[in-house]
Design a protein. Structure first.
Lengths: 88, 137
């Protein structure tokens, strides 16, 4: 029916609104610094690029659950302790 | 699909592309088409050099994306976004080409049939791709 939104349309709208209003804050930078690691060293330990670590630390990239779990295991902290979803 | 194979110095897709160019160069050479063989050989070797350059440990992310040498999940996510833009632009261009072809050329001209074929293939690929990604969740 005209004017109705499909499920896909609603999902896309919700995703866009969520992307704008919600940001992921992480403790990766402070944990890495405390461990005396460079971004490159942490990246090598996790099998990702240095740019990925930089993007996570600066909030430009939200890691997958798999990578978040890898970070959690590496720093021996829970995912909730490392990542915090906050509304803008 | 574009994941680097651990023991290979370049990604699997680059291995296929470089092999195809070099194989084409060999076949063109065997057929005596030396200019074609030289052109394909240069493309193959240039592609190999670019892939090796992008695959090195200190390479920039944009270099890796341009050379199809994705290293991790962020590279793959960024590459998907880039390819999505390419796909959207391709669809738009083919749609414009189709409208222009129908408007200015005779309906049975090769120009019109090429436009119809390209538009049909892109729309089918789009539909199939949507079905696959929805099923994969």
């Amino acid at each position: 029916m005209e004017g109705d939104y499909g499920v896909g349309q609603v999902d896309l709208t919700l995703f866009m609104v969520t992307s704008i209003l919600v940001t992921m804050k992480s403790e990766v930078c402070s944990l890495r610094t405390a461990a005396g690691l460079s971004q490159g060293a942490l990246a090598a330990a996790l099998g990702v690029s240095r740019q990925t670590i930089n993007a996570i630390e600066t909030g430009r990239y939200d890691p997958s659950l798999r990578l978040a779990a890898q970070l959690s295991r590496y720093f021996e902290q829970s995912i909730e302790e490392i990542f915090d979803v906050e509304e803008r | 699909m574009l994941k680097s194979v651990e023991r290979l110095p370049i990604s699997a897709i680059n291995l296929v592309l470089v092999s195809a160019f070099l194989l084409g160069a060999v076949i063109a050479g065997a057929l005596g088409r030396w200019s074609g063989a030289t052109y394909l050989g240069a493309l193959g070797l240039g592609g190999l050099a670019g892939a090796l350059y992008a695959h090195r440990s200190g390479s920039r992310d944009v270099t890796r994306l341009n050379a199809l040498e994705q290293r991790d999940e962020r590279d793959r996510t960024l590459a998907k976004s880039g390819f999505a833009v390419v796909g959207a632009v391709a669809l738009l261009m083919v749609l414009v080409q189709f409208i222009v072809a129908i408007t200015v050329a005779a309906i049975d001209s090769p120009f019109v049939w090429a436009a119809i074929t390209q538009l049909t293939i892109l729309c089918v690929v789009w539909g199939v791709a949507n079905s696959v990604v929805v099923r994969r969740g």
